[in-house]
Design a protein around this ligand. Structure first.
Ligand SMILES: CC(C)(COP(=O)(O)OP(=O)(O)OC[C@H]1O[C@@H](n2cnc3c(N)ncnc32)[C@H](O)[C@@H]1OP(=O)(O)O)[C@@H](O)C(=O)NCCC(=O)NCCS
Length: 187
C-alpha cells in the first residue's frame, strides 16, 4: 500500500471489478490500447495483476482517491510478457477512468511507484512504452523524468503489420538519473 497526497495505491478489492470493467469498456480509455474489453476480459486483468503480485511482489496497484474512496484505475510496475530489444525489463504504466483525467493523478501515482522502485526495490532502470500517438501517456512519461530516444522505438510484437497502433515509443529512466534529480529528487 502506498499513499500520496491525493491517492491510495493498494491491492485490488472485489468492489473494484465493476468500475474497472466500466473503465476498460470505455472507447476513450482504450483508444490506444485496442478494442474495449468486456466484463470477463476486464476481470481477467485483475486476476493477472494479483498473480503478478504473488509471483513478483509488485504489480498493478488499484488507485483510490483518498478524499472520496472512489476507485479510478491503476498504476503499475510490471514485467512485460513479450520479447523485444529492451526486455527483460520492468515497466511502469497507468490506466485511469476518463472522468479522472487531467488532474495529475497518473503523474502523482506513477511518481510514488517510481520512488518505491528505485529507493525500496533498488531497481537499476524502469521503462515505459505506448503507441507513438498516445500523447497523454507520453506526457506523463516525460513529467516523471523519463526520456525518449527514437532509436529505441519498436513495433509491438503483439500487433499486426498495418495496425495504426503498432509503432511504439520507449521511454527509460535509470536509477542514477533519478537520484541525480531528473526524477522526484527524493534520494
Ligand atoms: C494516460 C493517462 C493515464 C493520463 O492520466 P492523467 O491523470 O490525465 O495524467 P496527468 O493529468 O498526470 O497528465 C496528463 C498530461 O497530458 C497532457 N495532455 C492531455 N491531453 C493532451 C493532448 N491531447 N495533447 C498533449 N498533451 C495532453 C495534460 O495536459 C497533462 O500534462 P500537463 O500536466 O503538463 O498539462 C490517462 O489519459 C489514461 O488513462 N489514458 C487511457 C489509458 C492509456 O492510454 N494508458 C497508457 C497506456 S501505455
Amino acid at each position: 500500500m502506498l499513499e500520496t497526497e491525493r491517492l491510495l495505491l493498494r491491492r485490488w478489492k472485489a468492489s473494484d471489478r465493476a468500475p474497472f470493467a466500466r473503465i476498460n469498456g470505455d472507447p476513450r480509455v482504450m483508444e490506444f490500447l485496442g478494442a474495449p474489453l468486456d466484463r470477463e476480459q476486464s476481470d481477467a486483468l485483475i486476476d493477472l495483476a494479483e498473480e503478478h503480485f504473488r509471483q513478483h511482489g509488485f504489480g498493478a496497484y488499484a488507485v483510490e482517491l483518498r478524499g472520496s474512496g472512489e476507485f479510478v484505475g491503476f498504476v503499475a510496475l510490471m514485467i512485460p510478457s513479450f520479447e523485444a530489444h529492451f526486455t527483460p525489463c520492468i515497466e511502469i504504466g497507468w490506466r485511469l477512468a476518463a472522468e479522472a483525467w487531467g488532474r495529475g493523478y497518473a503523474t502523482e501515482g506513477a511518481s510514488a511507484l517510481m520512488d518505491r522502485a528505485f529507493r525500496e526495490m533498488g531497481l537499476a532502470e524502469l521503462v515505459s512504452f505506448t503507441s507513438a500517438t498516445n500523447v497523454r501517456s507520453r506526457r506523463v512519461m516525460h513529467k516523471i523524468g523519463m526520456t525518449h530516444d527514437p532509436a529505441d522505438d519498436f513495433d509491438h510484437p503483439r500487433l499486426r503489420e498495418g495496425d495504426p497502433l503498432r509503432r511504439h515509443v520507449l521511454y527509460r529512466v535509470k536509477r542514477e538519473e533519478y537520484a541525480g534529480g531528473i526524477g522526484m529528487r527524493h534520494l
